[in-house]
Ligand binder design. Sequence first.
Ligand SMILES: NC(=O)c1ccc[n+]([C@@H]2O[C@H](COP(=O)([O-])OP(=O)(O)OC[C@H]3O[C@@H](n4cnc5c(N)ncnc54)[C@H](O)[C@@H]3O)[C@@H](O)[C@H]2O)c1
Length: 359
Amino acid sequence: MAYDKVEFLYLSQDDCVAAGGLDMKGTLKATERSFFLHGKGDFILPPKPVIRWGGEDSEETIGRIMSMPAWLGGADYAEELQSKIGIGPVNTSGIKFIPSKPWNPSKYNLPRANAVIIILNPETLMPDCICDGSLASAMRTGAASGVAAKYLARPDSKVLAVFGSSVIGKTQLLGVTSALPGLEKAKIFSPNADHVKAFVEEMKDKVDVEVVAAESYEDATRGSDVICTATMAKAPYINPEWWDEGVTHIETSFWDTPPEALTAPDKIFVDDWGQVKHHGADVSWRAVRDGFIPEEKITGNLGKVVTGEIAGRESDKERIFFNPIGMGLHDLSEAFRVFESAKEKGIGRTLPLWENYAL
Ligand SMILES: NC(=O)c1ccc[n+]([C@@H]2O[C@H](COP(=O)([O-])OP(=O)(O)OC[C@H]3O[C@@H](n4cnc5c(N)ncnc54)[C@H](O)[C@@H]3O)[C@@H](O)[C@H]2O)c1
């Protein structure tokens, strides 16, 4: 077959929503798929290049730009993926390009992060799809915490705490409540009380748990079975003495927990330790680098828990810490799910990359 033009499917954020991009149950499946295939080693994930205009802490003040290329397989696990997770393989590659500007929400009413995802045709490596990546990125970040909660939290968990009342805070709430149906209450905290109030108003009807504003960091942390941080905090505020026995703490943002506190958890999981080390800003890496814990205290990658190769939670008493850097595998898996659904439903615009090849 010879091509005389190259076209791709363009999906705006509205198209992604119409194709099921806000369906957290679907995102949970796509994200569990990428953890599973990561655990099986059926992926390629180069370390993500980051443009920074300062040290690692400048990401919260000046901003950053990350490129996240990935290939995700699944052909050899099609049956297992279907029976275990209810989703098929991916077998293609793509990239998420994600700049982040901390002042966008307050100065311009724009989201902090915006993203574009390209999904390639596996045969020609021409683009099959170019889509908004902001939605997929936020949804998969909530779903990654949901998958972590499914495998690491106590099944009888009742109370969730979410720190941060913005985009990623919302998807933490959606992801963890979808993954843990026994949850009854979610406590939300950020230093901006009006923001928290608006968050509670917006989210209370979107989940099956009571959503309330917490009064302080301590109030949110104490008595919570699962804790999610999704903030732009520039200094730590978590006191490990507030962690109850049996807690699962999911640190999605960077500076919330002091590195010395990582002596307290019984187990520490990450999504990909090599990536966490390479990025150099996550608290689990800083705790090792600065000598608070030995590298052996990092229990392992969550994907190996999902495949059953290593144990997750082994008792109701364990305090477990999960610190994901965020893998491009999740973005590809989620965008691929939405792309397949868009094709099936006839959503999106077919655009030419070229109609007459110029050279
Ligand atoms: N690991 C991952 O996979 C991953 C993926 C996406 C985003 N993130 C991280 O999630 C975080 C939140 O992203 P966002 O898009 O919602 O950001 P945002 O800028 O839209 O919102 C930040 C929130 O943090 C709150 N906040 C600021 N300082 C705080 C403090 N000291 N204590 C508590 N809350 C505070 C703000 O009030 C706001 O609600 C960022 O740090 C981002 O890097 C991680």
